[in-house]
Write a new protein. Structure first.
Length: 343
């Protein structure tokens, strides 16, 4: 979690019924997290977490979600009456306009499942649904690092790369809700296959598994390097992770520095393309790998003029996300908040 998290990421005190709260729900392949979110500040109260039943059937998946929401209500006597809406972020693909989960690989319990309608029927409040990165982009725009900006490009880097675009306080969805898949922009058309079916997507070059792969390749090429990465992995190349590379980098390990320089190069090329296409007011980077790369953000900005034609590209702030592990709860809640905070 970023160390510079502002008020938006601090836990709030018990909500008063008179305050306007919304419920944010974060559905993943293994867990459902939910919390009350102050619609003015983004502060999260009473977060709960329950296991997700992603592989049984549609009813079991829905029951996991409702158990998280019901646990939230059970924690606070005011929660039910004070909560005016429920916002859900879930893995895509999904149809945000219809509130339907389509066919996410890590939620096999749901195929064309009308999640928003099912929850509206149970709780009698409006329910919004969007994918993780879109929802996180909106939360950062309303309450986090993107506050006050009209056009925001958000990226989360972890095991994959997700992106979201916010224009004038609204998520940009495209024609069918499938826009902003920036993690699958191809950087190397002849590169490694990506899980999406394309080749050489930025996700195959700069997400966590790619960083581990790059480290393994360098260590194989330089067997006498005595790299700290190998020491941290107890000599086993197979257990190297991006986290271990990050630890070694922080300690000044030369191989880790080489690996992360490569990642910086790939990200600079990618963000140069993004800037030439969108020219956002701000670029916000979230997720565990982004936290690890934060000391290298100035290096990315320094490289940008060689990666895009925009002559003022270096004026665009490259900022660490404010929300950490709770971003899914905040993102879900943000879906329920109109664009009040951008002018
Ligand atoms: Zn891809």
């Amino acid at each position: 979690m970023p160390s510079n998290a502002p008020a938006a990421n601090q836990r709030a005190s018990e909500p008063a019924a008179s305050e306007a709260w919304v419920i944010g729900v974060d559905i993943g392949g293994t867990k459902v997290a939910a919390g009350l979110v102050n619609r003015r500040t983004g502060a999260i109260s009473n977060p709960v977490r329950v296991p997700m039943s992603a592989r049984v059937d549609a009813a079991a998946g829905l029951a996991a979600v409702t158990s998280a929401i019901d646990a939230l209500f059970a924690q606070s006597s005011d929660a039910r009456s004070a909560s005016q809406a429920i916002g859900i972020c879930a893995p895509g693909p999904l149809d945000p306009a219809a509130g339907v989960v389509l066919n996410p690989p890590n939620l096999p319990c749901w195929r064309d499942f009308p999640l928003a309608a099912e929850l509206e029927r149970k709780y009698h409040v409006p329910v919004k649904l969007d994918n993780d990165a879109n929802a996180a982009a909106l939360a950062e725009t309303l309450w986090g690092a993107g506050r006050g900006h009209r056009t925001v490009f958000y990226v989360t880097i972890g095991t994959g790369i997700g992106t979201g675009i916010v224009f004038d306080g609204q998520i940009y969805h495209g024609r069918t809700g499938s826009a902003a898949e920036g993690g699958h922009i191809t950087i190397d058309y002849d590169g490694l296959p990506c899980a999406c079916g394309k080749r050489g997507c930025i996700e195959t070059l700069a997400a966590g598994p790619a960083i581990a792969r790059l480290a393994r390749a360098r260590l194989t090429d330089q067997p006498d390097s005595q790299s700290m990465i190998l020491a941290l992995a107890a000599g086993n190349l197979d257990v190297i992770t991006s986290e271990l590379v990050g630890q070694a980098y922080a300690a000044g390990d030369p191989i880790a520095q080489q690996v992360l320089q490569s990642v910086v190069c790939f990200l600079s090329v990618w963000l140069g393309n993004i800037i030439d296409l969108l020219e956002p007011d701000v670029i916000i980077m979230g997720g565990g790998v982004s936290t690890m790369l934060k000391p290298l953000f100035p290096e990315i900005t320094k490289r940008l003029p060689t990666c895009c034609v925009n002559q003022r590209c270096q004026e665009i702030p490259l900022l660490a996300a404010c929300f950490g592990a709770d971003v899914g709860i905040a993102g879900g809640a943000a879906l329920c908040v109109p664009a009040l905070h951008t002018q």
